[in-house]
Design a protein around this ligand. Structure first.
Ligand code: GLN
Length: 548
């Protein structure tokens, strides 16, 4: 029978419940268990696909084409667990399902209520992940205990534990122990209150994970244990990590959290796989031999989370090359005002991420041109590929005013355009080309060299495509189409042979990179950038005046 872990959060938001859940998943996998993870989000949007990055950060895409919360990215980076469209459930989605059933008459004339109808639907969402091959489902409840909108989810998991039997469920509560500088003390009261709030609802946490800047003293551990009714061993410290979030699983192992969960759930170790690969990865991360600076030219560079998976994947590329990747975050609009030379000079590589809307588009095109002409490794993701094609059309082919019809409907050269299937689409939510598609790679391309395979599968999230009318002309002028979607004949990858490393992809490789298994394109991009940086270093030392 599948076992369940529920992770709730208390005191404040942004404590890192997603990372904590992911790290716990990794601990279980190390002993041969099959995990599946999911996140409940108490907001009313049906999914985060239509939300502004300023509100929500990155939209993460699953292979089966769901637009989801970025915590699912953590789940996939830390584990090989089952992640799909059932892995992210919002209040909006739950209500949509229940209201549909009501309209269909499924409730036989009954009054439809939060308890039991909404809470039953939430329990069904948990149950969907508990397939026979999954040993443990980890469910993270978004928001903070005490929020009005989170209540139906907490009520549902309370009922779930009752139905399933308390031996099959572990409740983990993540809280904050604030350090008061003036008093010189770590404070436990907010945690006590947060646990009280949970107990009012009928949930008694089995494990408390305490976020803290300072180490947890034995006295405080005992105090928390006593006041919160949790055994001392189950009061786990989660100090701010030193180098990287990937250190988190070790912190938990050192405190015996894995043994504790095994004991509480009565799990048996299937196969001790160990954590050697994870330790090697951390070693490369902590002790890099080289360093490289990559420019990310985007619209949301002031936000930490808008390009989360991209920043992580760049780090993974660094791990694969034993290099520290320093990221220069460059506002695309700034490039329009201050020029590429000033903002992009000295970089080992330039990356233009995906995006929507007109703001900063010309700045991104300047950045592409700078990378192409100065022979700086370039990696264009989705919109970054589309704009590389626009730049090529304008400045290599001399197509004045070439553009994507997303930004200029009247352009004389619509090199990026809507497919006929997208033209009639009216709803914004869930209507893009979404999820995993096959892609066939061209023999001898950088793509094929990176992947070492002819056929690959990558995840998409876009409406616009390369306009096949222009393919021949582009190819005649030196652009190679190195990846094609076989059944739809769509351009998925472009390259410029002769340039050290210029690759654009219509998909989002950042959704498939893991620290222990870096994505081949990020690995090769960083390798090329390291070479460029070394070349720049040599040129600078040759140009420097020699001392007599
Ligand atoms: N806005 C572009 C499109 O819809 C690119 C999308 C993206 O970069 N994810 O096709």
């Amino acid at each position: 029978m599948t076992k369940h872990i529920f992770v709730t959060g208390g005191v404040v938001s942004s404590l890192g419940k997603g990372l904590t859940s992911a790290a716990i998943g990794m601990l279980l996998e190390c002993r041969g268990l099959k995990v599946s993870l999911q996140k409940f989000d108490p907001y009313i949007n049906v999914d985060p696909g239509t939300m502004n990055p300023f509100q929500h950060g990155e939209v993460y895409v699953t292979d089966d084409g769901a637009e989801t919360d970025l915590d699912l990215g953590h789940y996939e980076r830390f584990t090989n667990g089952v992640i799909n469209r059932n892995s992210n459930v919002t209040t909006g989605l739950v209500y949509q399902t229940v209201i549909r059933k009501e309209r269909r008459g499924d409730y036989n004339g009954g009054t439809v209520q939060v308890v039991p109808h909404i809470t039953d639907e939430i329990q069904r969402a948990v149950q969907k992940l508990a397939t026979p091959e999954v040993d443990v489902v980890i469910t993270e409840i978004g928001g903070t205990v005490g929020d009005i909108e989170g209540l139906p989810f907490l009520e549902a998991i309370r009922q779930f534990a009752l139905n399933r039997g308390r031996d099959n469920v572990v409740f983990i509560h993540l809280t904050l122990l604030p350090f008061l500088r003036a008093a010189g003390e770590v404070k436990t009261k907010p945690t006590q209150h947060s646990v009280q709030k949970l107990r009012e609802i009928g949930i008694v946490p089995d494990v408390l994970i305490c976020r803290t800047e300072k180490s947890l003293s034995e006295d405080n551990r005992k105090k928390i244990s006593l006041f919160c009714n949790v055994e001392p061993k189950a009061v786990i410290e989660e100090k701010d990590v030193e180098h990287s979030v990937y250190e988190l699983p070790l912190m938990f192992i050192n405190q015996g959290l894995d043994d504790l969960i095994y004991r509480k759930l009565g799990l048996v170790v299937k196969e001790e796989r160990g954590i050697d690969a994870w330790l090697d990865m951390l070693e490369s991360l902590r002790n890099p031999r080289f360093s490289v600076e990559i420019g990310v030219v985007g619209k949301y560079i002031t936000l930490k989370d808008a390009y989360k998976s991209i920043y992580e994947s760049l780090d993974h590329g660094g791990i694969a090359n034993r290099a520290r990747v320093n990221i220069r975050k460059i506002s695309a609009e700034e490039v329009e005002h201050s020029g590429a030379e000033k903002l992009l000079g000295g970089l080992g590589g330039i990356l233009v991420p995906g995006g929507f809307g007109e703001r900063g588009i010309e700045g991104k095109i300047h950045a592409v041109r700078f990378a192409r002409e100065r022979r700086i490794p370039y990696f264009g993701l989705c919109l970054g590929m589309q704009l590389a094609c626009v730049e090529f059309a304008r400045n290599v082919l001399g197509f004045k005013g070439a553009h994507s019809t997303e930004f200029d409907r009247e352009t004389p050269h619509p090199v990026i355009t809507l497919l006929s299937g997208q033209k009639a689409v009216e709803d914004l939510g869930g209507t893009m080309r979404l999820g995993g598609y096959q892609c066939r790679l061209a023999e001898g391309s950088l793509a094929m060299k990176a992947y070492g395979a002819r056929e690959i599968r990558e995840r998409h999230r876009h409406r616009y495509e390369f306009n096949n009318r222009y393919r021949e002309g582009f190819a005649a002028s030196g652009m190679a189409f190195s990846g094609i979607c076989p059944d739809k004949d769509l351009v998925e990858m472009i390259e410029i042979p002769g340039h050290p490393w210029f690759v654009g992809v219509q998909f989002h490789p950042e959704f498939q990179s893991k620290p222990v298994n870096p994505h081949p394109l990020f690995r090769d991009f960083i390798r090329a950038a390291l070479e460029k940086q070394a070349e720049l270093g040599r040129a600078a030392s040759e140009a420097a005046p020699q001392c007599a």
